[in-house]
Design a protein around this ligand. Structure first.
Ligand code: SAM
Length: 293
């Protein structure tokens, strides 16, 4: 059923106003034969990470947030403390990338921040040419300083929105995207970004994603958010917990793991791998076979 027809049906069933959030749309997009009433009830329960794209932070606002936050992303030992299992995520990505793709010569780090994921990959691969891409100049400068201190390959910087920057097709053996794709908004945005990642991946190459994720159903979403809340309170107390949830509500529109794995296959990747999931965080990847070998 088309979105508008379903919207009308919802209006009739529940009366006005019915506000469609990103989370609703997400269920819509995978809806098919799903029952509209059940969907509505599920959606009502998944609150804190529910998204209304129109009220989410702009790219400019996201950029200025991160420009003032470089130090928080510059510790390789701890990773980001707001992310559950952050050091484990970095290690799993680095080891899976180095194990899955032979002869890594060119790496793209999308939303590189201060360069943690590329630095971790350099623990397992002696050196490579890397392109670091981020909205924020201070992040790029920090990443450049840290990576060029240990990497003998070239380090090029690209400042801007990943969706708009032109990069070499099939130009990368490994693509890293950590804590960045949750800024994508509607289905078209996600599909276009994943198609671009596929085009940029060289045959035999792989992409590795570590990110905040949502869930397909309200009760599970609430359970995972609750667990994340407990984690945040333990790490930084109640105020910290509230601040992180406010940031998520303002800036992020995460998608469930199955949605992203399906999309990776749909855009053309041959294999997908789920490396780790804990509460609202997941680590996964996809591999593009080199059919000439
Ligand atoms: C949460 S930080 C993660 C940094 C790093 N990947 C890490 O895991 O340590 C997200 C980074 O993505 C960047 N970013 C957000 N949206 C972006 C976009 N559309 N294009 C490029 N960079 C983006 C931000 O500027 C920020 O530095």
């Amino acid at each position: 059923m088309f979105k508008d027809q379903r919207k009308e049906k919802c209006k009739a069933a529940f009366g006005l106003p019915f506000v469609f959030s990103g989370f609703d749309l997400q269920l819509y997009s995978c809806g098919g034969g799903g029952d509209i009433v059940k969907e509505y009830l599920l959606n009502r329960r998944g609150k804190a990470m529910a998204t209304q794209f129109e009220r989410k932070a702009s790219v400019e606002a996201i950029k200025s947030h991160f420009e003032n936050d470089v130090e928080r992303f510059s510790n390789l030992e701890t990773g980001q403390k707001s992310i559950i299992d952050s050091p484990l995520a970095m290690d799993l990505v680095a080891r899976s990338a180095s194990g899955s793709t032979a002869n890594i010569r060119r790496v793209l780090d999308i939303g590189c921040g201060a360069g943690n994921y590329t630095l971790k990959l350099l623990h397992y691969v002696a050196s490579f040419h890397c392109d670091l891409l981020d909205l924020s100049r201070p992040m790029l400068e920090k990443a450049h300083e840290r990576i060029s201190a240990v990497n003998t390959g070239s380090v090029r910087l690209f400042q801007g929105d990943f969706r708009l920057i032109e990069l070499e097709e099939a130009g990368y053996d490994v693509i890293l995207a950590a804590a960045v794709l949750h800024h994508l908004r509607d289905d078209d945005d996600w599909a276009a970004a994943f198609r671009k990642i596929f085009r940029l991946t060289a045959p035999g190459g792989s992409v590795w994603i570590s990110d905040l994720v949502s869930h397909e159903t309200g009760p599970v979403q609430n359970l995972m958010e609750e667990r994340y809340g407990v984690y945040l309170s333990t790490v930084g107390g109640e105020e910290y917990r509230a601040r992180v949830f406010e940031d998520i509500d303002r800036e992020d529109s995460p998608r469930p793991v199955p949605y992203q794995l399906d999309l990776l296959r749909k855009v053309g990747f041959d294999h997908v791998e789920l490396l780790h999931k804990n509460s609202c965080f997941a680590v996964f990847g996809a591999i593009k076979i080199d059919y000439n070998k």
